[in-house]
Ligand binder design. Sequence first.
Ligand code: ZN
Length: 134
Amino acid sequence: MFCKIEHIGIAVKNLEAANSMFQELANAHLLKVELVESEGVKTSFFKIGESKIEFLEATHPESSIAKFIEKNGEGMHHIAFEVDDIFSELERLKNIGFQLINEVPKNGADNKIIAFLHPKSTNRVLIELCQEKK
Ligand code: ZN
């Protein structure tokens, strides 16, 4: 089951600059900054009510975020939905024809396991499913 929009991910060139921009914009406190070595990204999170905003900066040129920015420039990168059971949701979505990028969930930032759907099957919007690690 999809529970809520957990966060919206925004690809940026400079995480620190994005953080201070957003602090001013939303008058919000930075929740955390986290390096996800396996993904080649440094992330930051702001909490806005029930949802979060995630900024992502590449840590090396081969990172998917570096490639995204090279192709599209900075901007909205993905929408993340919190699900109650990521394994059964991936199974369900696969069975009804959605293309999965990650067939098996992997470790993400913010104490989550995550999996991405291919934007080809979702109107060119990159969708992340995430679930809190138990
Ligand atoms: Zn995310």
